[in-house]
Ligand binder design. Sequence first.
Ligand code: ADP
Ligand code: MG
Length: 261
Amino acid sequence: MSHPIDAAPAAPGQMRISDEVAIEISGMNKWYGQFHVLRDIDLTVYRGERIVICGPSGSGKSTLIRCINALEEHQAGSISVDGTLLSSDLKNIDKIRSEVGMCFQHFNLFPHLTILENCTLAPIWVRKIPKREAEATAMHFLEKVKIPDQANKYPGQLSGGQQQRVAIARSLCMKPKIMLFDEPTSALDPEMIKEVLDTMIELAEDGMTMLCVTHEMGFARQVANRVIFMDAGQIVEQNEPEPFFNNPKSERTKLFLSQIL
Ligand code: ADP
Ligand code: MG
């Protein structure tokens, strides 16, 4: 089976979106105790889509992303990923997690393992892939994120931008069909943001289905086919980048954009 990132890159603007559904969220609600954090979320993501999610701090963006691979439980409605319903059945959760890669603000690399070992750990122990094969795959993706020369170093010896690119490569080693990003550049120094965004842009051009929580609006304009604005646990507005930024409809979206642009 060919992997999206191995496919021939499409020219920007010609990135293909299929009519196959990658993620279907319907009537989803979540509470933290009494606190109703996500309200009536309906969202269909098609294969090959690049969706940027933005919104004020505390609006539920991270919670939404975390619900998609069952890092958080939802209490009402449904989420299905690649046709598998996310239920309390652990088999389904394992299947979904094996198809969904995730990249957080803090890279969560294992400090006592080398870059190469960080990238091969899950493929060897979870996927049971032979070590040599896992190492070859890891080197392929470390080349892809342009740091093959760092393979034998430890995370602490790398810059923040390099560590985040390792985190992306590590996710890709599990051959995910979908990548979720939760503010991957917000802990980085400004000069390192671009190198991580460039990696994400390449991933998008290779056809990866991506959901990115980010306030990098340049990235959203360049890469997203759809921008979603969340506030107070709801999807308030969504549109293609051009109308989203130039002609936002809701007052809440206008206010948010006026504060960040
Ligand atoms: P965002 O990513 O948009 O900043 P989050 O999804 O992190 O928002 O949080 C949404 C709301 O839920 C916030 O009010 C936050 O304080 C609350 N929250 C997040 N995680 C928890 C948790 N584990 N327990 C209780 N409340 C939480
Ligand atoms: Mg968050």
